[in-house]
Design a protein around this ligand. Structure first.
Ligand SMILES: *Cc1c(COP(=O)(O)O)cnc(C)c1O
Length: 356
């Protein structure tokens, strides 16, 4: 049976990426060796790294003055690296969920990290709107897509201090005006590659302003100088990211995928709004994520949660259980998820409604 992969992360990759990865594992770039067993300093891998950086620049239209890095440690290490490298005394955070909260917690190790607003009192079911960003903070940190709760900041915001964004789960899902950000980071395992690589896009002029000593591995400037090869980079994950970006470019890039993402999300949100068994967890359509679509059973049908989860499985629908801290359902509709999978979920919801 065809499987429909709604996992939140690691998550679905394009079939193209899977097939090219298999080929690369067998033989990489005509070397007669596998991508898994080749030096990261070989000219073939250096070319792969440079091409992947080039694809980042091209697809996200990254202006001059920015560097693209591929590091280890996941987005979670960036929660600490960002304040270490950018915060002298004060930083500001928008608390829109679990990941945002973890980022804030790490920053507190390095100075005064201020929570400018939080939607915690409503289980993070909206994006706070009216808040003031302190002008004396070294940067303002946001999480553009809240993977667990299903909210998303879909427009690039204007702030007068450097803006830092965790884009782990919506990078490459839409065009981004990179010039509005000082730094963008994310784990690749949601929308780009298998787990193991973290991307960082950083405007060079924000670096070198802190006085604390930085361990080499935690200093962006060291990785810029080393061209992401200060130590061994996650070779295979970078190779896979290159394949995903080639696939995305072939589809027409981020504008084209954004159209598809909007269509897919509309299909599912419309069904959640219509179906009497389900309710969306994010009331305001403006705040609803296009990547992680969260819903629960409506008040009178709470006991049908487990039966629906089981029913969905019989249709090949996998990974729709909500995060363990939230419950209910979460369908992740990342770039690589085909529209047919959303259609399969929608028709399972309709069929389940007619049976209940
Ligand atoms: C998954 C996720 C993280 C954590 O990423 P790791 O690579 O596991 O550290 C952080 N932020 C967001 C928004 C995420 O979706």
């Amino acid at each position: 049976m065809k499987k429909h992969n709604f996992y939140a992360g690691p998550s679905i990759l394009p079939q193209y990426t899977i097939e090219k990865s298999i080929e690369g594992i067998k033989e990489f770039a005509g070397t007669g060796l596998s991508i898994l067993e080749i030096s990261h300093r070989s000219k073939e891998f250096v070319a792969c790294m440079n091409d992947t950086i080039g694809l980042f620049r091209e697809l996200l239209d990254i202006p001059a003055g920015y560097q693209v890095l591929f590091l280890g440690g996941g987005a979670s290490l960036q929660f600490a690296m960002v304040p270490m490298n950018l915060m002298n005394t004060k930083s500001a955070y928008l608390n829109t969920g679990e990941w945002a909260g973890k980022a804030l917690k790490e920053a507190k190790n390095f100075g005064e990290a201020v929570e400018v607003a939080s939607s915690k009192e409503k289980l993070f079911n909206y994006i706070p709107k009216n808040y003031t960003v302190p002008q004396d903070a070294d940067y303002f940190h946001i999480t553009t897509n809240n993977t667990i709760y299903g909210t998303e900041i879909k427009k690039d915001m204007d702030v007068s201090i450097p803006l830092v964004a965790d884009m782990s789960s919506d990078i490459f899902s839409r065009p981004v005006d990179v010039s509005k950000y000082a730094l963008i980071y994310g784990g690749a395992q949601k929308n780009l590659a298998p787990a193991g690589v973290t991307f960082v896009i950083v405007r060079e002029d924000v670096l070198g302003k802190v006085s604390r000593p930085l361990p080499s591995m935690l200093d962006y400037r060291v990785h810029i100088k080393g061209e992401s090869m200060f130590n061994t980079p996650p070779v295979f994950a970078v190779f896979a990211a290159q394949q995903t970006l080639l696939w995305l470019k072939g589809l027409g890039g981020v504008e084209a995928i954004q159209k598809k993402n909007i269509e897919k999300a509309a299909l599912l949100y419309d069904e959640i709004d219509r179906n009497r068994l389900f309710v969306p967890t994010i009331p305001d359509p403006e705040d609803r994520s296009l990547m992680n679509i969260c819903f629960v059973m409506s008040e009178n049908y709470k006991e049908l949660e487990k039966p629906f989860a089981d029913f969905a499985k019989t249709k090949g629908i996998l990974g729709i259980e909500g995060h363990r801290s939230v419950g209910g359902f979460r369908a992740s509709t990342y770039n690589a998820l085909p529209k047919e999978s959303v259609e399969a979920l929608v028709s399972a919801m309709k069929e389940f409604e007619s049976k209940n």
